[in-house]
Design a protein around this ligand. Structure first.
Ligand code: NDP
Length: 401
């Protein structure tokens, strides 16, 4: 009997709950809680129609620690799966400690008033989770998440030493909208407009946002411009794999997306500090979010594929090798299965898998864990079986840039 409480009824929450419902042998009771009950009920109706399973729904403001604790105490879930926003992470971790539940999320904590995300705030919970005998698993999405597990798998099976690691995230999908983000617009725009940062020889090298471009030919997508960016898994990978000399993250963006972003930035619409408008304070980025399409509404029109993976160079049996592990996910196939596009799908499936490994005890421990600290094998095994097949390619040479 594994009772889980999922918080957050966005695109990622929807996929995770659909996938949990499809694995009734692992997840016997599922409750979906979110800020707006109607969003939970719409997902529950879709789950019932697609899988025949009934899930419970609850309205919850997860910033209210007392309310979340009360819900945990009432439901007694083995695990709370946090698929709300990064702002809620610490509050939900507090509620898990107070209510005695394990914790999982897909994005690290970020304060609302500062576009800064780092693991420090959540790693600070190490002793309290350990003392409570509870496990907190951080970053069980695709990136972070699957990319972290790909790195662990590379180190366990493919290379004896990793020298360099590049994470390549390509969304080759087209949603048909002039401008939209494929996950929460506020979080997405804060991430993309931050200065770039990568790890090299023991230090962080910073540069302006979206200034370093390379072209890469992605399998089943084709050549795309990708940009050097900071991404949260760089911090934990640099921490847990000190042998890696250089770790970089690249994401593809189309010219139209970047043009819109530049204009929005220039006119102040991506600001996160409050400005006065007609006598009341508004945050421009939050106002912009209200104007943009909800990511979960893009599913029906999105065509094309995502291709996300890791390229590692290093030594195997004394020989230099370059290995590439990636997954290709089709937006239309993801939509047909769960009613959500591939960005939500590639995040929601790993959230379900991390949850499955925790509730079945295949991944266990007391304290706060990042994905790359755990055995990659059971996770890699489930990825293929639950809709995200992966391939290993030996590349003839390292990346030329
Ligand atoms: P959405 O904005 O679509 O969904 C977030 C959901 O959380 C919404 O239903 C929202 O409610 C709900 N929510 C917001 N605040 C609260 C609150 N205080 N209490 C309860 N519920 C709340 O986002 P996504 O589904 O696209 O993303 C979910 C998470 O996944 C984010 O943290 C995102 O950063 C992360 N992510 C991780 C990725 C990875 O690969 N690791 C990739 C993509 C996303 P309402 O509907 O009322 O607004």
């Amino acid at each position: 009997m594994s009772r889980v409480l999922v918080i957050g009824a966005g695109g990622v929450g929807s996929v995770a709950v659909h996938k949990m419902a499809m694995s009734s042998e692992i997840f016997s009771h599922i409750t979906l809680a979110s800020r707006r009950r109607e969003k939970c009920d719409a997902i529950a109706a879709s789950v019932l129609a697609r899988t025949g399973r009934v899930i419970d729904t609850v309205e919850l403001d997860a910033d209210d620690v007392a309310a979340t604790t009360a819900l945990i105490l009432a439901l007694k879930p083995k695990l709370v799966v946090n698929l709300a926003l990064p702002y809620q992470d610490l509050n939900i971790m507090e509620a898990c400690l107070a209510g005695g539940a394990n914790y999982l999320d897909t994005a690290n904590y970020e304060p609302r008033d500062e576009a800064r995300f780092e693991y420090g705030w959540q790693w600070a919970y190490q002793d309290r989770f350990k003392a409570a005998g509870l496990m907190a698993l951080l970053g069980s999405g695709f990136d972070p998440g699957v990319t972290s597990v790909f790195t662990g798998y590379t180190r366990k099976h493919l290379l004896d030493v990793i020298d360099t690691l590049d994470i390549l995230d390509c969304n080759g999908g087209d949603h048909g909208q002039p401008f939209a983000t494929n996950f929460n617009p506020e979080i997405n725009i804060r991430e993309v407009t931050a200065p770039s940062r990568h790890w090299e020889n023991g230090t962080w090298i910073e540069g302006p946002a979206l200034a370093h471009k390379q072209v890469f030919d992605f399998d089943q997508v084709g050549p795309r411009n990708m940009y050097l960016m900071y991404h949260e898994e760089l911090e934990s990978l640099a921490n847990f794999y000190p042998e890696i000399k250089r770790i970089r993250f690249w994401m593809t963006f189309g010219d139209a997306y970047l043009k819109h972003l530049e204009v929005l930035g220039n006119v102040g619409m991506t600001r996160i500090d409050p400005v006065m408008f007609e006598g009341r304070a508004i945050v421009p980025l939050q106002f912009l979010k209200a104007l943009l399409p909800e990511p979960s509404s893009l599913g029906p029109t999105t065509r094309g594929k995502t291709n996300i993976g890791t390229i590692a160079t290093g030594l195997k049996d004394g020989m230099q090798k370059t290995v590439y592990i990636n997954n290709v996910c089709d937006h239309e196939a993801a939509y047909a299965e769960t009613g959500n596009q591939a960005i939500s799908y590639t995040t929601g499936v790993p959230a379900m898998i991390g949850a499955a490994l925790m509730v079945t005890g295949k991944w266990s421990g007391a304290g706060v864990f990042n994905m790359e600290q755990l055995d990659p094998d059971p996770f890699m095994d489930m990825l293929g079986k639950h809709g995200l097949p992966w391939q290993v390619h030996d590349l003839p040479a390292p990346l030329a840039f």
